[in-house]
Ligand binder design. Structure first.
Ligand code: GDP
Length: 444
């Protein structure tokens, strides 16, 4: 995500490193590099102009005040400006005073609305809010079924026209969905609507009729972050058509260049409330401008990482694991359960990408093979409980049985065993005398 933009911006600061003072010429040179980086990332021109103007002015102030450490000064200025264009402080959803909060989703076909409905449902449920998903996308042949599937996976209820009645009226479905939500005491009703591949009058008209029928508390415009330059036109068309109160950026996990994310607030005035970073239901976060700016400037996003860890990890289990590590009784079984918890947080690649400074290792990260983790899991799963507890019983025939069972090789099994034993020895040495918990936090 934003790989190129990150690289270009970081490179533009590099030429300032080691300089004692900032000259006006340095400012001009850096600002034009920043300008090029933004344009290349498909950021909308008016946004690029105001961004670079603000950076130039503040950097010249810094130059005049003879501030020390120019590179740091400029990084701070660019960071502040990024937070500004990304929308500053994030806001809460607008909750209804009485009755269910109605959230309507709008956006082009394929933007990620249906997927988002499931993610929102799951997220709201985690906060104790009963949520009903309403299938008002009757255009796309599979949309109703798809919504039912994500609702089931998210563990929330769905309101959909009976099969066979599917040709019905999306406005009526939306209206009856909200009535259903009210009658049955739901806290939130999320309405999935139809999109087209391009903006057209009929689709916009339908969205407007649904909006008028249900008076939503929020209309969330779902914008595919991968679409590049088209993002601006699409956003403006939706703003002027159905209108929206907030934006959700989807597919931020892809190689989005950043243009949509950086432009949408400036172009439409609406805040980005959430971001979507994958096809899984948990690949979803509140959007925080400051954290996104940190990620773009390759300063990492530890806050999001920690939040995801809190969602995925069972605290008691993590403490037990730490105690076992310290006392040398950590087994492959414990390792497996830690590994699985870690994987609940999302792909390893994404987790690593949130660490500060990982931009430098982008290539290694791109080549990270998620299947390696699958193989490790498969090997451990192919062992008997006794083997997992005591690796010393693994003789040749057991090892070849495990290799066969896991679809790997004896060499892979040997490697895992010796790596685990070496790591365990190291842990024991490190925690010797430290007592339980000395390692702190979950392993990994
Ligand atoms: P809709 O037409 O707006 O309802 O879009 P869908 O929810 O059907 O999504 C279209 C495609 O994009 C599906 O294949 C989704 O799995 C995929 N998708 C949705 N959100 C994301 C995301 O954040 N990241 C990635 N990689 N894919 C996504």
């Amino acid at each position: 995500m934003f790989g190129n933009l990150s690289d270009r911006l970081t490179a533009s600061f590099n030429s300032l490193r080691g300089k004692g003072r900032l000259s006006e010429a340095d400012v001009d040179a850096t600002v034009s590099e920043i300008r090029r980086a933004l344009l290349e990332a498909d950021v909308a021109l008016p946004v690029v102009r105001s961004f670079t103007a603000a950076v130039r002015e503040k950097a010249k102030d810094a130059a005049r005040s003879q501030a020390l450490n120019p590179a740091q000064q400029v990084v701070r200025i660019v960071n502040d400006e990024l937070i500004e264009v990304l929308g500053g402080e994030s806001r809460e959803l607008n909750w209804a005073d009485r009755g269910p909060t109605v959230i309507m989703l709008a956006g082009l076909q394929g933007a990620g609305k249906t997927t988002l409905a499931g993610k929102l449902g799951r997220w709201l449920k985690q906060q104790g809010k009963r949520t009903l998903l309403v299938a008002s996308d009757l255009q796309r042949p599979n949309a109703v079924t798809q919504l039912s599937v994500v609702a089931e996976r998210a563990g929330v209820d769905v309101w959909a026209p009976e099969p066979g009645n599917g040709v019905g009226d999306p406005v009526a479905v939306a209206r009856s969905g909200v009535e259903q939500g009210r009658a049955n005491g739901y806290d939130v009703v999320v309405i999935d609507t139809a999109g087209r591949l391009g903006v057209d009058a009929e689709m916009m008209d339908q969205a407007i009729r649904i909006r008028d029928a249900v008076s939503p508390n929020e209309i969330l415009f779902v914008l595919d972050a991968m679409v590049g330059q088209d993002a601006v036109n699409t956003s403006v068309a939706f703003r002027d058509g159905v209108g929206f109160t907030g934006v959700v950026l989807s597919k931020l996990d892809g190689d989005a260049r950043g243009g949509a994310a950086l432009s949408v607030r400036g172009v439409t005035g609406a805040p980005v409330l959430f971001s979507s970073t994958g096809e899984g239901l948990d690949d979803f976060e509140r959007f925080h401008a400051d954290r996104m700016a940190s990620r773009i400037l390759d300063m990492g996003d530890l806050l999001t990482l920690i939040e995801q860890a809190e969602r995925a990890f069972d605290e008691k289990e993590a403490e037990d694991a730490a105690a076992k590590l310290a006392s040398g009784t950590f087994t492959l079984d414990d390792f497996l359960s830690q590994l699985r918890q870690l994987r609940k947080m999302g792909s390893m690649k994404k987790l690593l990408g949130m660490m500060p400074g990982m931009g430098q290792m982008r290539e290694a990260l791109e080549n990270f093979d998620e299947r390696e983790v699958d193989r490790i899991e498969a090997i451990v799963c192919s062992m008997t409980p006794a083997e997992r507890r005591d690796l010393s019983i693994l003789n040749g025939s057991r090892r070849s049985r495990i290799a066969k069972g896991s679809g790997t090789t004896v060499q892979a099994v040997n490697e895992l065993v010796s790596r685990f034993e070496a790591a365990k020895k190291m842990m024991e040495a490190m925690t010797a005398g430290g007592g339980p918990g000395a390692m702190g936090g979950p392993g990994g």
